[in-house]
Ligand binder design. Structure first.
Ligand code: FPP
Length: 276
């Protein structure tokens, strides 16, 4: 099924409006929270909430891909989540596997690259295999990069990077002076993925929860009260409109930012005049 062909005119209009701001984040990261509370509200087991959460995943991946987001990173299972009751952990692993089995064809047809970040060797072998195969089969696709953070923890990733750098220094491949921001980033699971422009967290919790601690240094953060199973494309559009209104300064002053926007606008005008 082609997502472009299936898109409703109403949805297309909403996306056009957001695109007209010229401020679509190239990387959105999401802490999908609130599945358990949503299930509770319905008087159901927690796994029921996770299952409904998958419907949100499907909708958000589709909408993000259509609007032209290049990277979407979803926090699906943290290293700390291994401490949950075995029934819930096993259920989540099964849901992940079923999601990839069921959705693979459609994701691939729509050019999605399915990538994983995290300590994947702790996952059941069948999940490891399906994640590996999904990546191998989609790695040359041209569309949205869907990064699934599974058995992921940012401190684990940072510690691992430090250990690998230390080994390379000991082995003579690196000297301590070579260690820069860029070099450090290249040792992380997120190497080759630009830092998130926008982080979204659902369910009214105001925490980062060991997610992309290094990468989020300059990201805009959007918190919403919506529980993850309620977070569908219209909620994403609200977050994108909010993001478009923000001024990202990266440590500079507001007037410096406006000046450089004006300068690049002027440069474009001069280039056009010169070409005539
Ligand atoms: C947080 O809600 C959610 C999770 C720990 C798991 C998220 C998983 C999914 C949405 C389904 C599988 C994902 C993919 C990518 C196919 P919570 O259980 O902490 O909710 P609570 O805070 O209300 O208890």
């Amino acid at each position: 099924m082609s997502w472009i062909k299936e898109q409703s005119p109403e949805d297309k209009d909403k996306q056009e409006l957001i695109k007209s701001t010229g401020k679509i984040p190239q990387h959105i990261a999401i802490i999908m929270d609130g599945n358990g509370r949503w299930a509770n509200q319905q008087g159901k087991q927690r796994l029921f909430g996770h299952r409904e959460g998958i419907e949100s995943v499907r909708d958000i991946v589709n909408a993000a891909s259509l609007i032209g987001v290049k990277h979407l990173t979803l926090y699906a299972f943290s290293i700390e989540n291994w401490k949950r009751p075995p029934m819930e952990v096993n259920g989540l692993m099964k849901l992940l596997e079923i999601f990839l089995q069921k959705e693979f064809k459609e994701l691939n047809e729509n050019q999605v690259v399915i990538n994983t970040i995290g300590k994947t060797n702790s996952l059941p072998k069948s999940v490891q295999k399906i994640l590996r195969d999904s990546y191998e089969k989609t790695k040359d696709n041209s569309g949205l990069h869907l990064n699934l953070a599974i058995s992921y923890g940012s401190r684990w990733d940072i510690m691992r990077a430090i250990q690998m750098i230390a080994l390379d220094v000991r082995g003579g491949k690196l000297s301590p002076e070579d260690i820069t921001d860029e070099l450090f980033s290249s040792y992380l699971q997120t190497a080759n993925i630009p830092d998130p422009d926008l982080l979204i967290r659902t369910s009214g919790e105001y925490r980062i929860s060991n997610f992309l601690l290094w990468e989020l240094a300059y990201s805009e953060i959007y918190f919403t009260e919506k529980l993850w199973p309620e977070f569908r494309r219209d909620e994403l559009y609200s977050a994108l409109m909010d993001y478009a209104r923000r001024e990202r300064r990266f440590g500079k002053t507001s007037s410096q930012i406006n000046e450089s926007t004006e300068q690049s606008y002027l440069k474009k005008v001069i280039d056009v005049i010169k070409r005539k």
